[in-house]
Design a protein around this ligand. Structure first.
Ligand code: ADP
Ligand code: GLC
Length: 485
């Protein structure tokens, strides 16, 4: 196995900083790649939490003026992850969420903040750190999208580049004037084959246009984003670059998500003792002020509250949940309007609908361990991770038939034809009616104990780990090295 060195570039990395699945992927993939002979180091911004956790990191470069203020490049490690940290206080020393102010508005200088990250990635790609000269630079999402661009517009020999799309909805769009302040050549880069995007610029578009390979996080999403609708403005570009685009499914960290050892759940269990889930369900009902009942199917949701996730459809399906004698426990945060509507639904239906607004890692584990079914009614879903955790915890997924949800769940109706065992319920089109129909179907299956148990057991037997998927990334990196040799 030829050893490969890869610099990953990500704006969030679990367990250090996380707002969503990107962090989970950026945190788990490097560990899984070790077994495939890939040495991955990850470059991330020096937000306050990062600097606190990497207090012992070594300074390897220092600049008096990095994009308008002093900056340093640090190297250190945390929880098995080898990291480069770009410490530029005037860009990253801000409390809270990495992208938005306390009022939920994008930081006005996000363009400069993430151009700076991409710039240093390109410099490391060009050999800034002699002890780690990468064969490949792997950029995640728009925040890293300029890394392939900086490498492309510099005429020196360079490593191969991979751009991974975790979500087409976030494209890093800015005014064209930004080019003047981030050190890219105006003449060549403000071009339809470069950063230019409907008169402005887009960091994601730049990465998609200029990286050697493009990946996204499921095969079905790789297909969907080549359409005008799924591509959200970039479908044409992706159709043109289809020969270098592929979909590699996400996995989850099966140590972090292991019901047999999970410190965050009330009662641990495995496939042999699924009946212990009832005890977790009772604790969950208590925490969400739901009526205590083992007979009422408990539906769980762990999600960002955004249009993508289709949770307005779930609000419309509440009459079905009530009529079917089901309960709902929802943990989420995001859109103010959705938050308010869910709080109102909980107030109107005490004992039946429980809502916690916020971000709570520990409660997320308990929901997986105690709910009977986990809902993911997304309008689009590049991969989705909560349904994978659900499979591992014996919560039966009820999901929309889109993106990675299509690829990771086997519907009860398609099991015979696909030759795979059913693991859940999929509905489409993504409408409130179709969703309500799948809830009714799931309720009937729940009351047929052998059927439900079969669904749970085939979920538990599904491989949701990174083991094989990391192998696909390793093969991609090696393919790139071979083609540039
Ligand atoms: P996305 O990245 O689009 O938000 P994913 O399903 O890929 O969706 O990943 C979401 C990750 O964030 C999962 O690990 C999930 O458990 C976690 N998560 C989402 N919302 C919350 C929340 N409110 N509290 C705790 N964890 C959450
Ligand atoms: C994004 C997507 C989600 C995916 C995650 C990790 O946030 O919305 O579907 O699982 O990235 O790739």
């Amino acid at each position: 196995m030829t050893p490969v060195r890869v610099l990953a570039v990500a704006s969030e990395v679990y367990p250090i900083v996380k707002t969503g699945g990107l962090a989970d992927v950026a945190g788990a993939l490097p560990l899984a790649l070790k077994a495939h002979g890939v040495e991955m180091r990850t470059l991330m911004p020096g937000y306050p939490d990062v600097l606190r956790l990497l207090a012992g990191a070594a300074e390897i470069r220092r600049w008096p003026d990095y994009f308008g203020g002093p900056g340093r490049l640090l190297a250190g490690s945390h929880d098995g992850l080898d990291l480069f940290v770009l410490d530029v206080p005037h860009l990253y020393d801000r409390p809270g969420n990495p992208y938005v102010t306390a009022d939920g508005v994008d930081w006005p200088d996000n363009g400069v903040r993430f151009a700076a990250l991409s710039r240093i990635a390109a410099d490391i790609g060009h050999g800034l750190v002699p002890a780690f000269v990468p064969d490949v630079v792997h950029a995640h999402d728009w925040q890293a999208g300029l890394a392939p661009a900086y490498l492309h517009y510099d005429n020196r020999p360079r490593p191969g580049t991979v751009m991974t799309i975790h979500n087409m909805a976030y494209q890093g769009k800015f005014a064209r004037e930004l080019i003047g302040t981030i050190g890219l050549p105006w003449e060549s880069s403000f071009d339809v084959h470069g950063l230019e995007y409907f008169g402005g610029i887009s960091f994601l578009k730049a990465g998609l246009q200029l990286a050697d390979r493009i990946t996204t996080v499921s095969p079905t999403y790789a297909h969907e984003i080549q359409s005008d609708e799924g591509g959200m403005g970039l479908g044409g570009l992706l159709r043109e670059r289809a020969s270098v685009l592929s979909g590699i499914l996400n996995g989850i960290d099966i140590e972090v998500w292991n019901p047999q050892t999970d410190p965050h759940i009330a009662y641990r269990f495995g496939a042999q003792d699924l009946t212990f889930r009832a005890a977790n369900k009772a604790v969950l009902q208590q925490q969400f002020n739901l009526d205590s009942s083992d007979e009422a199917p408990l539906l769980g949701v762990i999600s960002r509250l955004s249009w993508q996730k289709g949770l307005d459809l779930l609000l419309e399906a509440i009459p079905t949940i009530l009529a079917e004698g089901m309960q709902l426990a929802l943990l989420g945060s995001g859109d103010r309007d959705l938050q308010d509507r869910y709080k109102a639904a909980a107030r109107a239906n005490p004992g039946r609908i429980g809502v916690m607004i916020g971000y709570d890692e520990i409660l997320a584990h308990l929901i997986q361990a105690g709910s009977d079914a986990l809902l993911v009614p997304s309008r689009f879903e590049p991969c989705g991770l909560t349904q994978l955790c659900a499979l591992r915890y014996g919560a039966v997924p009820i999901v929309a038939r889109v993106g990675g949800l299509e690829d990771t769940i086997v519907d009860i109706g398609e099991a015979g034809t696909s030759g795979r065992d059913a693991t859940g319920f999929k509905f489409g089109p993504v409408t409130a009616d179709a969703f309500a129909g799948s809830l009714r179907k799931a309720n009937a299956a729940f009351h047929d104990k052998p059927t439900w148990r079969r669904l749970q057991l085939s979920g538990l037997a599904t491989d949701v780990s990174w083991r094989n998927r990391a192998g696909d990334y390793a093969a991609l990196y090696r393919g790139l090295m071979a083609s540039s040799a």
